[in-house]
Design a protein around this ligand. Structure first.
Ligand SMILES: Nc1nc2c(ncn2[C@@H]2O[C@H](COP(=O)(O)OP(=O)(O)O)[C@@H](O)[C@H]2O)c(=O)[nH]1
Ligand SMILES: [Mg+2]
Length: 347
């Protein structure tokens, strides 16, 4: 296995698109080889500009990405797209509703498009997509474009891994304006009003300006860019604003801060996921824990006290298994750190 993985990693680092595709499939399938691959190439990540696009379905994110790909390619930059939109037309192979232009992109080795819709065990879609984005980064793509649907979820969102976040709206996206106003949705770095051919475009822009005026206007001033993605209108201005923002966070030193915060969230999300899996197993396998639950059902014990008891039992179990190992403990620690270097996350 190490031999095969090594060559996959090497091919990926050399920018081989098929190796990238294979790697992402491994990660998507929660295959230990995928995690080993990410681990191996991780030191070579952090070079790509990661741009996230979020917004309601139908706003034109995919179309916009198609137009941006074209622009980036005309500037000789390599692109990877990760679309985390279950309804994405990328899967249907109908980007831009223009199959010819799409197949151009597919034949262009400088473009790699991948969509992710659902996945199995590990942590959830956002974790798998981050690993995929890391592989794209390691494969030397200059720009990684992320597409996700929707408004900020509580859990780690893949959009959190973008250096620059653009919110894509279209005239009439009243819900999104409300979400921004109510603080449900984080203020993005750039706001795009797509479908600028729509008569209500300027009304929409005004409404957004009003919402932005409510917030603290310090530092970066969120630009509102009007685009008509189907015709490629406003794309250059959008690219310019995205670049400006990237330069701004880089100059302010906030880029590394942002990345640090995002990676921290990722580490916590993975650790929390594993811990939850362990706890679930202990609830399933430990009669005493099941009894605790019975007492909650019988209204003898409240849920919070039961949670405390579950955690205490888990801590006791861990301490007991350490004691059993007794004098071997030191060796075990050494083994653990050795294992840590080669560990593949369990399913
Ligand atoms: N009129 C108009 N339609 C657009 C524009 N951009 C995208 N669309 C259309 O809006 C629909 C949804 O676009 P899509 O890119 O799939 O949106 P997504 O769900 O945000 O990815 C498609 O039928 C597009 O052709 C635009 O600028 N003007
Ligand atoms: Mg889409």
């Amino acid at each position: 296995m190490p031999g095969a993985d090594e060559s996959l990693a090497q091919r990926l680092l050399a920018g081989d698109r098929r190796a990238l595709a294979r790697g992402i499939t491994l990660v998507e399938n929660d295959d230990p080889d995928g995690w080993a691959l990410v681990k191996e190439v991780y030191p070579r990540t952090g070079r790509a500009a990661i741009l996230g696009f979020t917004g309601p379905p139908g706003a034109g994110k995919s179309t916009l990405l198609g137009a941006l790909i074209k622009l980036e390619r005309s500037r000789d930059r390599t692109v990877a797209v990760l679309s985390i939109d279950p309804t994405s037309p990328f899967t249907q192979g109908a980007l831009l509703g223009d199959r010819i232009r799409l197949s151009d992109h597919f034949l262009d080795p400088g473009v790699y498009i991948r969509s992710m819709a659902s996945r199995g065990a590990l942590g959830g879609l956002s974790e798998a997509s981050l690993q995929a984005a890391l592989l794209m980064d390691a494969a030397g793509r200059d720009v990684i474009l992320l597409e996700t649907v929707g408004v900020g979820q509580a859990e780690v969102d893949i959009i959190d891994h973008a250096d620059t976040v653009a919110l894509v709206l279209m005239p009439g996206s009243g819900d999104s304006i409300q979400a921004l106003k109510a603080g449900v949705m984080e203020i993005p770095d750039v706001i795009v009003v797509n479908k600028a051919d729509h008569p209500l475009t300027d009304t929409m822009v005004r409404e957004i300006k009003n919402v932005l005026a409510l917030g603290p206007q310090v530092g970066w001033e969120v630009p509102i860019v009007k685009t008509e993605a189907v015709r490629g209108e406003g794309i250059e201005e959008l690219a310019e604003k995205l670049t400006e923002h990237h330069a701004y966070v880089e100059a302010e030193g906030t880029l590394s801060e942002r990345r640090r915060r995002n990676l921290m969230n990722e580490v916590l999300a993975l650790a929390a996921f594993r811990m939850r899996r362990e706890l679930e197993a202990s609830v399933r396998d430990d009669p005493a824990t099941r009894e605790l639950l019975d007492r909650v059902v019988a209204r003898e014990l409240d849920p919070a006290s039961a949670a405390t008891a579950v955690l205490e039992r888990r801590a006791e179990e861990l301490a007991a298994s350490d004691r059993t190992e007794g004098l071997a403990a030191t060796e075990r620690t050494e083994e653990l750190s050795a294992a840590e270097r080669t560990e593949e996350p369990a399913r």
